[in-house]
Ligand binder design. Structure first.
Ligand code: ATP
Ligand code: MG
Length: 357
């Protein structure tokens, strides 16, 4: 059966890096139908909206979305609803993408890129599973109110609400347990159950779902300790599952352990495993149009797409092995270049991955 992929290059380096990922996808012996559409600032410029109806309809009808990046200083003056970044939020909401998967992998060849000692991080391979559509980021009520009593009576107060419905916790738990089952079989659930009711509830449900996955070993960690362990002994983790707020912070922390922003893919999935796949980095307008951006995060995002949405894990393995091979050959884009390696452009990196495939 044909798999339909919406290709949304976006702004900045988006078009250059997506082009390389598309070349890689086309080189595979798979039945894929790729359709391109504008998104972000490019879509605003062409159609007056960062997420035009046609683009949204295409995304809905597709099995997966390959997304570049959006955003450019050119659009900073626009009202919030028309800014490029709204496209990502709109797609997340429309497709119900509640599970954000962010691997933090440090290839042995790039161990010097990390701010940590090579022996602490070389070979790091962890996966952070972040709940993306709930938690204090969306909880109601929220706002600013005037206090009627208590020590600050008469004072204004800003407030938000943290909550998770059982269904929300169960479905992210299943995504995380299934990912762990395919990996080393270790899942660490991160919460703040010593202080927060929401976290104790989260923890109880994780323990309940764990009974369906006897092959996965579940552990729990408070978020403050997890932040510490990530820089002390990150290789102790396999899969980490956590809520929206803690996941936002921990996934950025984990990404920085690798020091290679141009190397990290990400996936956002819904319950029917439809997904949006994009590099973890942004649109990098400072280097756009120069053919120097690193396309590997986007190419690795395409690999995740094959694994999680298109049921083509062997093809995903092939892409990941090809990326390893070009690194082993010493080929590097500017962002990961160091003495003794060969500097290549965006398109030359694409050529090398295709050849390795
Ligand atoms: P966003 O808010 O969209 O996440 P950001 O402000 O975090 O964007 P990025 O666009 O990710 O920033 O860029 C941060 C820095 O990393 C910039 O200097 C950029 O040039 C660099 N960078 C980002 N992606 C790449 C890449 N693929 N290859 C090379 N350099 C990159
Ligand atoms: Mg950023």
């Amino acid at each position: 059966m044909t798999s339909r992929i919406a290709v949304l290059p976006g702004d900045g380096i988006g078009p250059e890096i997506v082009e390389q990922a598309v070349r890689v996808l086309r080189a595979l012996d798979l039945d894929l139908e790729l359709t391109e559409a504008p998104v972000g600032g490019a879509a605003y410029a062409a159609k007056g909206h960062p997420l035009p109806e046609d683009t949204l309809a295409l995304a809905r009808q597709s099995d997966a979305v390959l997304f570049g990046a959006v955003g450019d200083w050119k659009y900073d003056h626009l009202e919030r609803a028309l800014r490029p970044e709204q496209a990502v939020l709109g797609l997340r909401k429309a497709l119900g993408l509640f599970a954000n998967l962010r691997p933090a992998i440090l290839y042995p060849e790039l161990a010097n890129a990390s701010s940590l000692k090579p022996e602490v991080v070389a070979g790091l391979d962890i996966l952070i599973v972040r709940e993306l559509t709930g938690d204090i980021y969306f909880g109601q009520p929220r706002g600013v109110r005037t206090l009627e009593d208590g020590p600050f009576a008469g004072d204004r107060q800003g407030y938000d609400t943290m909550h998770y419905a059982e269904t929300e916790v169960r479905r992210i738990a299943h995504v995380a347990f299934q990912a762990a089952a395919r990996r080393q079989g270790r899942l660490c659930s991160v919460d703040k159950a010593n202080v927060l009711e929401t976290s104790q509830f989260w923890r109880d449900i994780m323990i309940d779902v764990a009974r369906e996955y006897p092959q996965v070993e579940l552990s729990h960690m408070y978020v403050d300790n997890a932040a510490m362990q990530l820089v002390r002994a990150p290789k102790a983790f396999d899969v980490v599952v956590t809520g929206n707020l803690f996941g936002d912070i921990l996934s950025d922390e984990a990404a920085m352990l690798t020091g290679s922003i141009g190397m990290l893919p990400s996936a956002s999935l819904n319950a029917s495993r439809q997904g949006l796949y994009e590099p973890s980095h942004g649109s990098a307008p400072d280097i756009a149009g120069q053919n120097i951006a690193n396309p590997l995060a986007t190419i690795l995002s395409a690999a995740m797409m094959l694994r999680y949405s298109l049921n083509a894990a062997p093809a995903a393995d092939r892409i990941e092995a090809a990326v390893q091979a070009v690194l082993a050959q010493g080929l590097r884009t500017a962002d990961i270049h160091e003495n003794g390696t060969t500097r290549v452009s965006t398109s030359e990196m694409g050529d090398a991955v295709l050849k390795a495939l």
